[in-house]
Design a protein around this ligand. Structure first.
Ligand code: BES
Ligand code: MN
Ligand code: ZN
Length: 495
């Protein structure tokens, strides 16, 4: 059951927990409406660090949950997201929770945005992936009442938006966490059909026959080794009066064994996550009507397994992509770019104003940027700036990497137009980006390499749990909501 969020001046009578904000270095709650002095906090091991919590039993039996918001100078939207997760965990067993954290909103911060971030954090902090567990202890929280100084409609709108975005991120996490045995391309199609039906989106799916007849040779080639048929899923949100179209493209490898260029046992342990881009696109599409951007948004997910078999493509094989370009496959483990090549070619055909692709594309990106930051590349300075800014506001860190013309030679092939690997041990994330650029024509395009942040193997951190993180969903929803038609300057020019 999703949590219900309401904004109110007063603490509801049934609230078992009241969360109050404490800034680092102070032991009285920030803000004025909730008149509380917490002398009990003195002498305890609680310093108001961001995400730290301290429960205190009040005289009337309710629990006052002191929630650290950290250094007041660093109190940004992501701090509210993290504090939200701390509330969810600290109030796990309470059905009704009152939260006074927005009283600490800095003057310069939009209260609606703070409310949104808080709701996102609470929803994500309360979520667990338990589909395959026999015994579970789910959060008992049903209602969250945000109390304190007026903010009324603005706060309520932010809470609703945050709850909806949180639900989309949760969907993405669940899709990524589901084992590949169950999360096949056909299952992703079923999920997308349900998303379309529930949210009034138009859906079109190419099956293996259409994929072959429409010339999607990259997707068909990668799928050749698998008994599970591939799918190219398209979801469309088309509001009346839309003056721009954005296409979102996701890599949907439901399991990446590497194919004949087989990965190690260790290397494929987390490869159910290789549809994280497709999951982010489908999940973001699920929230479009609720977020109601003024632009048309089309989501494309290129879905297949990548397995070795007697029918699998072999190193040295040549595939023909939808746009007519031929690719020499020298490593079947560089499969993501092959399926994306077809999806990007399709995206270009409708002449959209912007294309954003998300893909768990290269291990090299983890080497370059680690497991928390996505690589960002593109061919249009304005669109790059918009996506970077959206990711910053969404709390999903990205870092721009170049697409250097001087490295284009890394993907020259002896027998085909290009090959699917770059120079050994050199700039693997950039050669993958340069490869994708061959299929976007003159359209403004940004590529997000989410190999690092899509999946967490380390323990939980704030609103991030182990496993699928849902990375990209919040950035996409933030971007479509704030999108402005970019100017046509080339970021890569001259490099
Ligand atoms: N799905 C992997 C990339 C990946 C690695 C994602 C680790 C998440 C965590 C991708 O298909 C792949 O195997 N890439 C190869 C490319 C190489 C063969 C050119 C890689 O990064 O090793
Ligand atoms: Mn691979
Ligand atoms: Zn892959």
């Amino acid at each position: 059951m999703p949590i219900t969020f309401t904004s109110s001046r007063d603490v509801p009578g049934d609230a078992a927990v009241l969360a109050v904000p404490v800034l680092a270095g102070r032991v009285v709650p920030a803000g004025s409406q909730v008149e509380l002095d917490l002398p009990f906090l003195e002498g305890r091991d609680f310093e108001g660090k961001l995400g730290q919590t301290q429960p205190l039993l009040a005289d009337d039996g309710t629990t006052i949950l002191a929630v650290g918001l950290g250094d007041p100078d660093e109190l940004d939207l992501d701090a509210f997201r993290r504090a939200g997760a701390a509330v969810a965990k600290g109030a796990w067993k309470a059905a009704s929770v009152a939260v006074a954290l927005l009283d600490a909103t800095p003057a310069a911060m939009d209260r609606g945005k703070a409310a949104q971030a808080l709701a996102e954090g609470i929803v994500l902090g309360a979520h667990q992936f338990t589909t395959y567990k026999s015994t579970t202890k789910p959060s008992a929280t049903e209602t969250v009442t945000v109390v304190g100084r007026s903010g009324g409609a603005v706060v309520q709108k932010g809470l609703d938006r945050g709850a909806r975005i949180g639900a989309a991120v949760v969907l993405c996490r669940d899709l990524v966490n589901a084992p590949a045995r169950d999360m096949t391309p056909r299952h992703l199609e079923a999920v997308a059909r349900q998303v379309a039906e529930e949210n009034g989106l138009v859906i079109n799916v190419m099956d293996e026959i259409a994929i072959a007849s429409e010339g999607l040779g990259g997707l068909g080639g990668v799928a050749a080794g698998s008994d599970e048929p591939p799918r190219l899923i398209e979801l469309a949100y088309d509001p009346p009066g839309a003056k721009a179209t954005i296409v979102l493209v996701g890599k949907g490898i439901t399991f990446d064994s590497g194919g004949l260029s087989l990965k190690s046992g260790e290397g494929m342990m987390t490869m159910k996550c290789d549809m994280g881009g497709a999951a982010a696109v489908i999940s973001a599409m699920s929230a479009m009507p609720a977020i109601a951007p003024k632009v048309r948004v089309v989501g494309l997910a290129a879905c297949t397994e990548n397995l070795p078999s007697g029918k699998a493509i072999k190193p040295g094989d040549v595939l023909k992509i939808r746009n007519g370009k031929t690719v020499e496959v020298l490593n079947t483990d560089a499969e993501g770019r092959l399926v994306l090549a077809d999806a990007l070619s399709l995206a270009v055909e409708s002449k959209p104003d912007a294309i954003i692709d998300l893909a768990t594309l290269t291990g090299a990106c983890i080497v370059a940027l680690g497991r928390e930051i996505a690589g960002l590349m593109g061919n249009d300075a304005d669109l790059i700036a918009q996506v970077s800014a959206a990711s910053e506001r969404a709390g999903e860190p990205t870092w721009e990497l170049p697409l250097p013309k001087r490295y284009r030679k890394h993907i020259d092939s002896d027998v085909a137009d290009i090959k699917n690997i770059g120079a050994a041990g050199a700039a693997g994330t950039l050669s993958a980006g340069l490869f994708l650029q061959e299929f976007v024509g003159d359209r403004p395009w940004v590529h997000l390499d989410i190999a690092g942040p899509a999946f967490r193997s380390d323990g939980e951190d704030g609103y991030l749990a182990k496993g699928g993180t849902g990375f990209g969903v919040r950035t996409l929803l933030e971007l479509v909501g704030s999108y402005r038609k970019p100017g046509r300057t080339s970021a890569a020019a001259g490099r």
